[in-house]
Write a protein that binds this ligand. Structure first.
Ligand code: S3P
Length: 182
Protein backbone atom coordinates (compact mmCIF):
# COMPACT_ATOMS: atom_id res chain seq x y z
CA UNK A 1 0.00 0.00 0.00
CA UNK A 2 1.28 3.43 -0.92
CA UNK A 3 0.93 6.45 1.33
CA UNK A 4 0.49 9.70 -0.55
CA UNK A 5 -0.37 13.08 0.99
CA UNK A 6 -1.05 12.96 4.73
CA UNK A 7 -4.47 13.50 6.31
CA UNK A 8 -6.55 12.72 3.24
CA UNK A 9 -9.33 10.62 4.76
CA UNK A 10 -12.46 11.86 6.53
CA UNK A 11 -13.35 10.02 9.74
CA UNK A 12 -16.87 10.44 11.09
CA UNK A 13 -17.08 9.77 14.80
CA UNK A 14 -19.90 10.02 17.33
CA UNK A 15 -22.38 8.05 19.33
CA UNK A 16 -24.57 5.27 17.85
CA UNK A 17 -27.51 6.87 16.12
CA UNK A 18 -25.69 10.06 15.16
CA UNK A 19 -25.96 9.07 11.49
CA UNK A 20 -22.32 8.30 10.68
CA UNK A 21 -23.15 5.63 8.09
CA UNK A 22 -26.01 7.46 6.39
CA UNK A 23 -24.16 10.77 6.33
CA UNK A 24 -20.88 9.10 5.38
CA UNK A 25 -22.34 7.40 2.31
CA UNK A 26 -23.75 10.70 1.04
CA UNK A 27 -20.58 12.63 1.90
CA UNK A 28 -18.48 10.08 -0.02
CA UNK A 29 -20.67 10.60 -3.10
CA UNK A 30 -20.24 14.35 -2.69
CA UNK A 31 -16.45 14.03 -2.39
CA UNK A 32 -16.30 11.40 -5.14
CA UNK A 33 -14.49 8.87 -3.01
CA UNK A 34 -15.06 5.46 -1.43
CA UNK A 35 -17.03 4.93 1.75
CA UNK A 36 -15.95 2.52 4.48
CA UNK A 37 -18.02 1.54 7.51
CA UNK A 38 -15.82 -0.05 10.20
CA UNK A 39 -18.73 -2.10 11.64
CA UNK A 40 -19.61 -3.45 8.21
CA UNK A 41 -15.96 -4.33 7.46
CA UNK A 42 -15.77 -6.34 10.69
CA UNK A 43 -19.18 -7.97 10.18
CA UNK A 44 -18.24 -8.97 6.61
CA UNK A 45 -14.94 -10.40 7.76
CA UNK A 46 -16.72 -12.62 10.32
CA UNK A 47 -19.78 -13.13 8.15
CA UNK A 48 -21.79 -12.30 11.28
CA UNK A 49 -23.59 -9.36 12.89
CA UNK A 50 -21.80 -7.03 15.29
CA UNK A 51 -24.04 -8.29 18.12
CA UNK A 52 -23.15 -11.91 17.47
CA UNK A 53 -19.43 -11.08 17.27
CA UNK A 54 -19.73 -9.41 20.71
CA UNK A 55 -21.64 -12.42 22.04
CA UNK A 56 -19.33 -15.06 20.63
CA UNK A 57 -15.88 -13.47 20.78
CA UNK A 58 -16.33 -10.62 23.28
CA UNK A 59 -15.73 -6.90 23.08
CA UNK A 60 -11.88 -7.04 23.32
CA UNK A 61 -11.73 -9.10 20.12
CA UNK A 62 -14.13 -6.70 18.39
CA UNK A 63 -11.93 -3.75 19.43
CA UNK A 64 -8.83 -5.46 17.99
CA UNK A 65 -10.64 -5.98 14.70
CA UNK A 66 -11.74 -2.35 14.76
CA UNK A 67 -8.15 -1.19 15.21
CA UNK A 68 -7.05 -3.51 12.38
CA UNK A 69 -9.69 -2.06 10.04
CA UNK A 70 -8.65 1.50 10.92
CA UNK A 71 -5.03 0.60 10.36
CA UNK A 72 -5.81 -0.75 6.89
CA UNK A 73 -7.92 2.26 6.01
CA UNK A 74 -5.30 4.73 7.24
CA UNK A 75 -2.82 3.22 4.81
CA UNK A 76 -5.04 3.44 1.72
CA UNK A 77 -3.59 5.56 -1.05
CA UNK A 78 -6.90 7.08 -2.17
CA UNK A 79 -9.06 9.22 0.12
CA UNK A 80 -12.02 7.53 1.80
CA UNK A 81 -14.86 8.65 4.05
CA UNK A 82 -15.02 6.39 7.10
CA UNK A 83 -17.93 5.82 9.49
CA UNK A 84 -16.20 4.79 12.73
CA UNK A 85 -18.18 2.66 15.22
CA UNK A 86 -19.22 4.66 18.30
CA UNK A 87 -16.42 3.24 20.50
CA UNK A 88 -13.72 3.46 17.83
CA UNK A 89 -12.32 6.76 19.08
CA UNK A 90 -11.69 5.40 22.59
CA UNK A 91 -8.32 3.77 21.97
CA UNK A 92 -5.38 6.17 21.89
CA UNK A 93 -3.79 4.21 19.02
CA UNK A 94 -6.95 4.59 16.93
CA UNK A 95 -7.12 8.32 17.62
CA UNK A 96 -3.50 8.73 16.58
CA UNK A 97 -4.03 6.81 13.31
CA UNK A 98 -7.09 8.84 12.44
CA UNK A 99 -5.48 12.18 13.22
CA UNK A 100 -2.36 11.36 11.24
CA UNK A 101 -4.19 10.08 8.17
CA UNK A 102 -7.25 12.30 8.02
CA UNK A 103 -9.62 14.87 9.40
CA UNK A 104 -11.83 13.77 12.29
CA UNK A 105 -15.41 15.03 12.28
CA UNK A 106 -17.62 14.58 15.35
CA UNK A 107 -21.32 14.27 14.55
CA UNK A 108 -22.76 15.75 17.72
CA UNK A 109 -26.34 14.89 18.60
CA UNK A 110 -28.42 15.54 21.71
CA UNK A 111 -29.11 12.57 23.99
CA UNK A 112 -32.84 13.13 23.54
CA UNK A 113 -32.58 12.78 19.77
CA UNK A 114 -30.16 9.82 20.00
CA UNK A 115 -32.60 8.07 22.29
CA UNK A 116 -35.51 8.81 19.95
CA UNK A 117 -33.55 7.23 17.08
CA UNK A 118 -32.34 4.19 19.02
CA UNK A 119 -35.07 3.33 21.50
CA UNK A 120 -36.64 0.63 19.32
CA UNK A 121 -33.46 -0.72 17.78
CA UNK A 122 -31.91 -3.88 19.14
CA UNK A 123 -28.64 -4.37 17.28
CA UNK A 124 -26.28 -2.33 19.51
CA UNK A 125 -24.83 -4.82 22.00
CA UNK A 126 -23.56 -2.21 24.45
CA UNK A 127 -26.81 -0.34 24.92
CA UNK A 128 -29.48 -2.90 25.33
CA UNK A 129 -29.12 -4.94 28.50
CA UNK A 130 -29.36 -4.24 32.24
CA UNK A 131 -30.11 -0.69 33.23
CA UNK A 132 -32.62 1.30 31.24
CA UNK A 133 -31.51 2.11 27.76
CA UNK A 134 -31.65 5.86 28.28
CA UNK A 135 -29.55 5.62 31.45
CA UNK A 136 -26.99 3.43 29.66
CA UNK A 137 -26.79 5.84 26.74
CA UNK A 138 -26.40 8.85 29.05
CA UNK A 139 -23.60 7.16 30.96
CA UNK A 140 -21.72 6.11 27.83
CA UNK A 141 -22.09 9.48 26.18
CA UNK A 142 -20.85 11.27 29.30
CA UNK A 143 -17.80 8.95 29.38
CA UNK A 144 -17.00 9.37 25.71
CA UNK A 145 -17.85 13.00 25.11
CA UNK A 146 -14.42 14.38 26.15
CA UNK A 147 -12.77 12.23 23.47
CA UNK A 148 -15.38 12.99 20.82
CA UNK A 149 -14.79 16.67 21.49
CA UNK A 150 -11.13 16.27 20.58
CA UNK A 151 -12.23 15.98 16.92
CA UNK A 152 -10.89 18.49 14.41
CA UNK A 153 -14.41 19.57 13.54
CA UNK A 154 -17.68 19.27 15.47
CA UNK A 155 -20.93 19.44 13.51
CA UNK A 156 -24.36 19.44 15.11
CA UNK A 157 -26.63 16.75 13.66
CA UNK A 158 -29.50 16.96 16.14
CA UNK A 159 -31.69 18.58 13.50
CA UNK A 160 -31.69 18.99 9.74
CA UNK A 161 -32.22 16.80 6.71
CA UNK A 162 -29.49 14.53 5.38
CA UNK A 163 -28.83 17.12 2.69
CA UNK A 164 -28.40 20.00 5.12
CA UNK A 165 -26.16 17.93 7.42
CA UNK A 166 -23.92 16.97 4.48
CA UNK A 167 -23.87 20.63 3.36
CA UNK A 168 -22.87 21.69 6.89
CA UNK A 169 -20.03 19.15 7.03
CA UNK A 170 -18.82 20.05 3.52
CA UNK A 171 -18.70 23.74 4.42
CA UNK A 172 -16.74 23.09 7.62
CA UNK A 173 -14.35 20.73 5.82
CA UNK A 174 -13.66 23.29 3.11
CA UNK A 175 -12.87 25.92 5.76
CA UNK A 176 -10.69 23.49 7.69
CA UNK A 177 -8.82 22.32 4.59
CA UNK A 178 -8.23 25.92 3.49
CA UNK A 179 -6.86 26.91 6.90
CA UNK A 180 -4.66 23.85 7.24
CA UNK A 181 -3.28 23.74 3.70
CA UNK A 182 0.49 23.39 3.88
C1 S3P B 1 -20.38 0.59 19.48
C2 S3P B 1 -21.06 1.17 18.45
C3 S3P B 1 -21.49 0.44 17.26
C4 S3P B 1 -20.63 -0.82 17.08
C5 S3P B 1 -20.61 -1.63 18.33
C6 S3P B 1 -20.00 -0.85 19.50
C7 S3P B 1 -19.99 1.40 20.65
O1 S3P B 1 -21.36 1.26 16.11
O2 S3P B 1 -19.33 -0.49 16.69
O3 S3P B 1 -21.92 -2.01 18.62
O4 S3P B 1 -19.07 1.00 21.39
O5 S3P B 1 -20.55 2.50 20.81
P1 S3P B 1 -22.37 2.47 15.76
O6 S3P B 1 -21.78 3.69 16.37
O7 S3P B 1 -22.34 2.51 14.29
O8 S3P B 1 -23.70 2.11 16.32
Amino acid sequence: MRRTSKRKHIYLIGFSGSGKSTVGKRLAVRRECRFVDTDKEIADRFDATVSSIFAEFGEPRFRCEETAVLNRVAGLASPVVVAVGGGGFERAANRRMMRESGIVVYLKCSIRELYRRLRDIDDRPLIRAGESRLAAMKRMLAQRRPRYEEADITVSVTSGTLQTVVDRITKRLTEYERKNRS
